[in-house]
Design a protein around this ligand. Structure first.
Ligand code: SF4
Length: 355
């Protein structure tokens, strides 16, 4: 497979480069990692670029793509970009004197006279840096300015519906801020390409780094955890190390599964255990008719059925023709008095208030 990045740094990794200058060189020659989520994300992006139909996506990704389209449409209308020239998924290059330095592929570029808008979609749930501090977007805006500019203003935005606390964030750069971005991006690129740039392990930095299972920095974290006397109340530093090591362990397991799939004898003592088979009811109506023979009435049957809120919403939309806020209100009225709320057990999360 040809490497469309031509072995040069890509904007999609600039957030990681900022955390770990050594990661680009550490990844050289290592195979690409892909998992179910990244494959679903690739398909979601292909759908948003108009390359495949939404029916080819799994339900979760299709729903995410639908929300991204809505947020994007409202944003472009609100900002007056509805008639702007749109360029989707085009790889752009930054060159100095004709020599390529790095590239990036914005999901959407809108060009409107002396202004541009660069939007990046995230289909996964793990929050990314907000638009104003996102180095990937900063690298993308530099590419857009370099290829189509100079612009007086460039807006940038991230649309990430599955990050429920901030499903979209935006930032705006005037000419001075655009020029500052050039300096930041090119300085970072210079650091990344120096001889032996420093490596710095962080959970978010190592998460997608292909070197994590071979990197001495992540290994150092494993050893430090191993040598720690388990405290009753772990501190933030220990929790960060645990988060890094969990990513490494997860990747080791992914690699082991791939090896066993390729060759069942690859790891003596281990095998691939087939996943459990789950039966799914595809015709509740048919089940009801059968259950009714045994004396089950409609109310009793409804009590053992789960209603899917997304599908119910689609049904109500179909029946009423309602959309947007009106549809939400209709659904809220239908649900009123007929639901309870359950809260899942709390999970560990970083508290960003002090950062
Ligand atoms: S695994 Fe982490 S510390 Fe090592 S190179 Fe990658 S990002 Fe840097």
């Amino acid at each position: 497979m040809t490497d469309e990045r031509q072995g040069l740094p890509s904007a999609s990794n600039f957030d990681r480069f900022e955390k770990c200058r050594g990661s680009w060189q550490a990844e050289q020659g290592l195979p690409d990692e892909s998992n179910e989520m990244s494959r679903a994300g690739d398909l979601g992006h292909a759908c948003l670029a108009g390359e495949i139909h939404i029916d080819e996506l799994d339900d979760e990704t299709a729903k995410t793509v639908g929300v991204i389209k809505k947020i994007e449409q409202h944003t472009l209308e609100d900002c007056g970009y509805q008639n702007a020239e749109q360029i989707r998924e085009k790889r752009l290059w930054f060159d100095i004197d004709g020599v390529k330095q790095f590239s990036g592929k914005p999901d959407l570029i809108c060009l409107l006279g002396k202004e541009a808008f660069v939007i990046d979609y995230k289909t996964g749930p793990i929050p990314v840096e907000q638009a104003a501090i996102n180095m990937q977007l900063r690298a993308l805006l530099v590419l857009v300015d370099h290829n189509f500019g100079p612009f007086e203003t460039i807006k940038t935005g991230i649309i990430q519906p599955r990050n429920h606390s901030t499903p979209s964030t935006f930032a705006q750069y005037d000419r001075k801020a655009i020029m500052v971005s050039y300096v930041q991006v090119l300085d970072l690129l210079e650091d990344v390409e120096k001889e032996n740039p420093p490596r710095n392990a962080t959970e978010s930095g190592c998460r997608y780094c292909k070197a994590k299972t071979t990197c001495p920095e992540t290994e150092k974290n494993m050893i430090e955890i191993y040598e720690t006397n388990l405290p009753a109340v772990p501190n933030a530093e220990l929790l960060e190390k645990c988060a890094i090591v969990k990513k490494v362990i997860a990747q080791i397991e992914v690699n082991a599964k791939a090896a066993l799939k390729e060759n069942p004898e690859a790891i003596p003592g281990y095998k691939l255990k087939p996943g459990a088979t789950r039966q799914q009811i595809t015709s509740p109506e048919g089940v009801f008719y059968q259950a009714a023979i045994h004396g089950v009435d409609g109310q009793e049957f409804a009590a053992v059925c789960d209603v899917n809120k997304t599908k119910l919403k689609a049904l109500i939309k179909d029946k009423t023709g309602h959309k947007g806020k009106q549809l939400d209100e209709t659904l809220a009225n239908i649900l009123e008095g007929n639901t309870t709320e359950k809260q899942n057990a709390p999970s560990l999360a970083k508290d960003f208030r002090d950062e």
